[in-house]
Design a binder for this molecule. Structure first.
Ligand code: FE
Length: 204
């Protein structure tokens, strides 16, 4: 087959890793079989690269300031996110889970690295690490402590396992002392870690 997948920047004298060779072979096969178009992978990567935790933060800030929106976000997360103009993959559903005084959610993908990239951008390296994927389910409180998150003893920790079909986003608790703040100011308190559940939103 002809190679219409050229990377002008790629230095061909650098040997490719086995993983990179496998990824290129799979890409070529998918294109050859007509399952995806030649530019489709790049287009998806571009979509992910243009997203960042600031996008998820806008969704959280809206939920903090608009109780009706929050209700929709928790009951039908996909529609509520689309409402704000975000695009979600057709193949993966989204569930937003709410942290309260009584229950703290921690998101992991035990199998690989499934993550709500449409709202947070690419996942951090630690999220993809074997150590996090294993320890988040075995000793979540110890993991939280390492991220500097001390929970109330009576708070329950609920670990949710993201998959290729369903990705989780945490709606962190709104910090105290934020009553007069605007939606934009509130969004500035929402960190990536608070939406994965390893941290909490910043206090002003
Ligand atoms: Fe995964």
């Amino acid at each position: 087959m002809s190679d219409d997948h050229s990377h002008p920047d790629l230095k061909h004298h650098v040997p490719l890793s086995e993983r990179a060779k496998r990824a290129i072979a799979i890409h070529r096969l998918l294109v050859a079989k007509g399952i995806i178009g030649p530019a489709e992978v790049e287009s998806v990567i571009d979509q992910v690269r243009t997203r960042s935790p600031a996008d998820g933060a806008k969704v959280v800030a809206r939920a903090w300031t608009d109780p009706a929106y929050k209700g929709r976000l928790l009951s039908d997360s996909r529609s509520a996110v689309l409402e704000l103009g975000y695009r979600l993959s057709r193949d993966a559903d989204l569930a937003v889970v709410e942290n309260t005084a009584g229950v703290h959610h921690l998101v992991v993908c035990t199998l690989c690295s499934c993550y709500p990239t449409a709202l947070l951008g690419p996942p951090p390296d630690w999220y993809k690490s074997f150590a996090y994927r294993q320890r988040a389910v075995v000793e979540p409180r110890a993991v939280l402590r390492e991220f500097g998150t001390e929970l109330d003893e009576c708070a329950r920790v609920r670990v949710v396992d993201s998959t290729a079909d369903l990705r989780y986003l945490v709606l962190p608790r709104r910090p105290g002392g934020t009553d007069g703040m605007s939606e934009v100011e509130l969004a500035g308190l929402v960190t990536r870690d608070s939406m994965v559940g390893v941290g909490e939103a910043k206090t002003p």
